[in-house]
Write a protein that binds this ligand. Structure first.
Ligand code: WT7
Length: 653
């Protein structure tokens, strides 16, 4: 049976639908119930989690400006780690919880059973406890994709401590900001992070970061590659040695449903990154449920999400969702192209992966290397494919469907955000036919609305286009920004009062399918990673030779969007290739490699209105090489700067 195509509508094969948790009729009735009476619906769904003290209140949420408050299951108590580990011991203690696949295929994979996971989580929790970490304390994780990252997340959850993971690709400065931003007591890192055969010196980066942090911050170090050199006595602690000596039992601390589980920094359209806060009860219910239904996960399946735990995708779909469901989850340290472009498929074959979840940027990169890398491997275990992070272009969708899924695996294009905790709009594979490029329909309990961007009017016709908002809360929704509730309201609830504003543009077709058209704010999406143009700009202007900078996105074949920077140099500075390279290096060291500008154009002046506002619309058009239709430039203070920018544009594709 194959994924049946009809006028670009693909329906899952019959035998898939027959076994699926949710079919078309089930989706319709369950969706209806979820929005008609959310309290009754979610009270029932929340039973998939073990509560210590059952909740009596289900939902208390207001999107009203000045009074935004979101609470789910608020008087219930639970422990997230106990839900992800302990409760499985009795029936699946010897089942593999985590398959760890190392960077190098020559290093053996590790199969960590639920029992061993429990032991290691307890050991690590006891080490943290010995360092004085208790409920509500913050712990920063700056780690490679190694089992210790999972242990550390769950050890925090076990103690009721709040983890904040910093992606290992971020710079020491970015790490220091995040340690200070949440007032962390402890940082957990490792000597080095191997990726694609290269190593990032995480401990050295942490040393640099800690120079800018409180002296009391302790540093727990995992010995991973053995490449460690520096050691600060009294501050640095050998985590392997401590774990070896620690007890294998550690009571799980009872926390309130609304106690924070983690903070995760993400880029916004202005200012510094925002510390998104997720709490314990609602997040876990939502992560578990979306993992089960979106991926049609069944007991015994091997699930692989290729993300890094430094991003929300890794939180929800490598750790919390799969483990809450008692799944076997794959944790991959490496990259898709090392040692060759067949690595993903080699790993799928080796571990008999059933559901495979990755980003369009990876698919495009592998597509470019040719289908022969896929054909070499036995992918018969695959039953479902997923996509996340940015809109998937139909060419990539078709290649994924044809070469990886062999036309028999439904593809779930999952739209969601760091802020949403789990999938918001996605096909449920047994229920909703797929259209390449569309995230299709809302998940249970999610109420999308499309508003006119100018009038904020709700577009009630089925066929509509505008900005995407959500009308009512769902349990996985973020609750606040760490230490800044005002900014939370400002960023998400002010522009379209009464609604949660996603920041995305969206189209709804005649069938009621949603098509995400991309960010409508100053956030760009580089290889599925979010980057605020303002962040890159402030890094650039922090360089002594830079007077002014404006950053926009432009279409990039592999990355989706690339980073295009217009830079005005100080009067006494001459542009040069060396300086261009130096600025790229500078941004990498200020933020991290993911923020490296792809193109830097020297701009003698930037197009500004008479009141001094940079007209980004024009800069975007020039960066897109679409300068013929710049629109109205009559309000510019000096229209001639535009001619110079066009003449010297960097993207001529
Ligand atoms: C932004 C969120 C949570 C997933 C990883 C990224 C874009 C995400 C899709 C999709 C079209 C998508 C949106 C969104 N996005 N998934 N399936 N189709 N766009 O999380 O870093 O918080 O970024 O990624 O623009 O707002 P994030």
């Amino acid at each position: 049976m194959s994924n049946v195509a009809q006028a670009d509508i693909y329906t899952a094969p019959e035998d898939f639908v027959a076994k699926a948790h949710i079919d078309a009729a089930g989706y319709a009735s369950m969706y209806e119930a979820s929005v008609a009476d959310p309290a009754a619906y979610w009270a029932e769904q929340a039973q998939r989690v073990d509560w210590i003290k059952p909740f009596t209140k289900v939902k208390d949420a207001s999107f009203e400006l000045g009074n935004v408050s979101i609470k789910w299951f608020e008087d219930g108590t639970l422990n997230v780690a106990a839900n992800c580990v302990d409760r499985h011991l009795e029936i699946r203690g010897d089942q593999t919880a985590i398959i760890w696949e190392p960077d190098s295929p020559d290093t053996p994979a590790k199969h960590i059973t639920y029992r061993v996971l429990h032991e290691n989580v307890c050991r690590m929790a006891n080490v943290l406890k010995a360092q004085g970490v208790t409920k509500g304390d913050r712990v920063v994780l700056y780690l490679p994709m190694i089992p210790e990252a999972a242990y550390a997340m769950l050890a925090c959850a076990r103690l009721g401590a709040i983890h904040s993971i910093v992606f290992a690709g971020f710079s020491p400065d970015a790490l220091a900001d995040r340690i200070n931003g949440c007032g962390a007591k402890v940082v957990i890192t490792s000597d080095e992070a191997p990726r694609g055969g290269r190593k990032t010196a995480l401990k050295s980066n942490t040393d640099q970061a800690l120079n800018h942090c409180d002296d009391h911050v302790k540093c727990l170090v995992v010995k991973h590659t053995g490449g460690q050199t520096t050691w600060v006595a009294g501050r640095d602690i050998d985590l392997n040695a401590e774990m070896a000596n620690a007890g294998t039992d550690c009571p799980a601390v009872e926390v309130g449903a609304e106690d924070p589980l983690f903070i995760l920094y993400t880029s916004g359209s202005t200012g510094k990154p925002k510390g998104v806060v997720h709490t314990s009860g609602g997040y876990l219910v939502y992560a578990a449920m979306t993992h089960l239904y979106t991926f049609d996960y069944h007991d015994g399946d091997v699930f692989w999400c290729t993300a890094d735990v430094g991003w929300v995708t890794g939180h929800s779909y490598i750790i919390y969702g799969p483990l809450a469901n008692g799944a076997t989850t794959v944790m991959f340290e490496g990259v898709p192209t090392y040692p060759d472009a067949g690595r993903f498929w080699e790993v799928c074959a080796k571990h008999k992966v059933n559901q495979f979840y990755t980003a369009p940027t990876a698919i495009r990169a592998l597509m470019g290397k040719g289908a022969e890398w896929v054909e070499k491997h036995d992918l018969s275990s695959l039953r479902l494919l997923g996509s996340v992070g940015e809109p998937i272009n139909p060419e990539a969708w078709n290649w994924y469907n044809e070469h990886v899924g062999k036309g028999r695996c439904p593809i779930v294009d999952t739209f969601w955000q760091t802020e949403t905790g789990g999938h918001l709009i996605t096909p449920l594979p047994g229920a909703i036919p797929q259209k390449p490029g569309s995230a299709t329909k809302p998940f249970f309990g999610v109420t999308p609305v499309i508003l006119d961007p100018n009038t904020a009017e709700v577009q009630s016709e089925t066929k509509a286009e505008g900005v995407l908002c959500i009308k009512d809360s769902w349990p996985g929704q973020m609750r606040t920004l760490w230490g800044d509730h005002e900014r939370f309201e400002e960023a998400y609830f002010t522009q379209y009062p009464g609604y949660y504003f996603t920041g995305d543009g969206c189209r709804r077709d005649d069938d009621g399918y949603y098509w995400i058209t991309g960010r409508v704010d100053d956030v760009i999406n580089v290889s599925g990673h979010r980057m605020g143009t303002a962040e890159v700009e402030s890094a650039l202007v922090a360089h002594a030779r830079v007077a002014e900078a404006a950053v926009v996105g432009y279409p990039h074949d592999i990355k989706g969007q690339g980073i295009y920077a217009y830079v005005t140099l100080m009067n006494d500075t001459q542009p040069s290739e060396e300086l261009r390279k130096e600025l790229v290096k500078w941004v990498r060291s200020e933020i991290g490699p993911i923020a490296s500008p792809d193109l830097i154009q020297w701009a003698p002046g930037l197009p500004k209105t008479r009141s001094g506002k940079i007209m980004r619309r024009i800069l975007r058009k020039i960066a897109e090489n679409d300068y013929a239709a710049l629109g109205d430039t009559s309000t510019l203070a000096d229209p001639s700067v535009v001619d110079d920018l066009i003449e010297n544009r960097m993207n001529r594709a």
